[in-house]
Design a protein around this ligand. Sequence first.
Ligand code: 5GP
Length: 191
Amino acid sequence: MPRGSLIIISGPSGAGKGTLVDRLVARVPRLWVSVSATTRAPRPGEVDGEDYVFLSSEEFARRIDEDDFLEWAEVHGNRYGTLRSEVERRLAEGRDVVLEIDPQGAFQVKELMPEAVLVFIIAPSLDELERRIRGRGAETDEQVRTRLATAVRELELVECYDHVVENDDVARATDELVALIGSLHNDEGRS
Ligand code: 5GP
């Protein structure tokens, strides 16, 4: 069985990565989306084990020591990491795996697995990004400013990515991602 492809999706908070990934999985059933671990507190409505595996700082540190993470990074004062064993298992089963992670993590994985495809999602503009983050209503003013500052910094990394997708319209951007993932398999001579 050929190994699945690894697709890494990054982009600023508020660019709509989560929505796009949900749409993508609904369209491409062979995709499996990794559930990251984090020390961040759950937002209202987030479910442990579905949105994230929520860990205490101590537990996260223990998992680092045990080498359980494929990558991990600190983002906005919290730690986030991809659990290695699940990703490996799915790839070995021939599933395509999506990691929704920040650029620090994306580059760590690309070092280990150069065949990984890096995709960056951008919002049409910074004003639109701010509007979307504020519209979500989950962050304080200071947290919104931190997230916007991170977004500006991350935009400079766009050129290190294999593909950039503008989320101007969810349906259109989803179509672009579906086509991109389809093309990975055509390149390998399988459909
Ligand atoms: P949020 O707190 O908004 O859910 O996520 C904040 C940031 O952490 C986003 O940029 C998201 O892509 C990133 N992130 C989520 N999970 C992981 C992970 O497992 N590893 C890394 N490096 N970043 C992650």
